[in-house]
Design a protein around this ligand. Sequence first.
Ligand SMILES: C[S@@+](CC[C@H](N)C(=O)[O-])C[C@H]1O[C@@H](n2cnc3c(N)ncnc32)[C@H](O)[C@@H]1O
Length: 288
Amino acid sequence: MTDQQRDPFTPDPGARTGDATPPSQRIDTTVPHPARRYDYWLGGKDNFAADRASGDAIAAAYPPVRIAAVENRKFLRRAVTYLVREAGIRQFLDIGTGIPTANNTHEVAQSIVPDARVVYVDNDPIVLVHARALLTSSPDGATAYIDADLRDPEKILNDPDLLRTLDMSQPIGLMLVAVLHFIMDEDGAHEIVRRLVDAMPSGSHLTVTNGTLDFVPPELAAQADAISARSGINMALRNRAEFGRFFEGLDLVEPGIQPVSQWRADDEPQPRPSPAESAVYAAIGRKP
Ligand SMILES: C[S@@+](CC[C@H](N)C(=O)[O-])C[C@H]1O[C@@H](n2cnc3c(N)ncnc32)[C@H](O)[C@@H]1O
């Protein structure tokens, strides 16, 4: 649905996932969800006891996790700004959107170029419930929201709202920010990224962040699986080589693979959080 079309609250919200249940009834508050836990770490209000318990379980073992969440969100703003200002990107596919908060992709892009077009995708019904806040495009641009799963890239690429909103013959900014660590290797994380990039023309850019254990003390890294199990959400925390594989065949934009708090962060307040405090890799690659 584009912003000119259906209100996200009217019936049919489950059409994209094949679930006809209204999104508010699809929200399960008894188990933690990544979108709501991230909202909790960012200081938002759209979270429930299970999300807070999961967030606290991680924070007990790794106190900087809130800094990591805030730094990831700041990176998203810097990345969109770079893509619009320096790479000339005018359209975005933002998968794993999260609950709308400050500096959503279309707001950052359209503050620079009002005609930017953005398609958002998330599989969490709570994001769908809040999708109205993402459908606030400037009159010259467009936004759309698709209720779909990253693990089904064909469905995303063939969605009529995507095809109406984006011109797939022109470069796309593919944003996979803090979402790939919810897709395990055995679920085809790298193949999914390849399929999406293959569908985009030369000049498109892939932006990824992914949690990592590379910077945390070894004794904490050794407990990561147990901590993850306690938190109720499995995460694929990737090392530098595993992260770098997402960019095979692409040209890394300077300064390459960096801790998320360091990537083109000269204009952020100094000193920057250390790699150990942000524990997330970030990079952008250009399709030649
Ligand atoms: C940590 S939030 C990141 C939000 C935003 N990209 C950012 O970086 O600020 C991760 C988001 O990915 C979504 N997500 C997780 N697994 C997904 C999947 N398989 N398909 C689509 N979205 C997914 C979650 O619902 C959540 O909204």
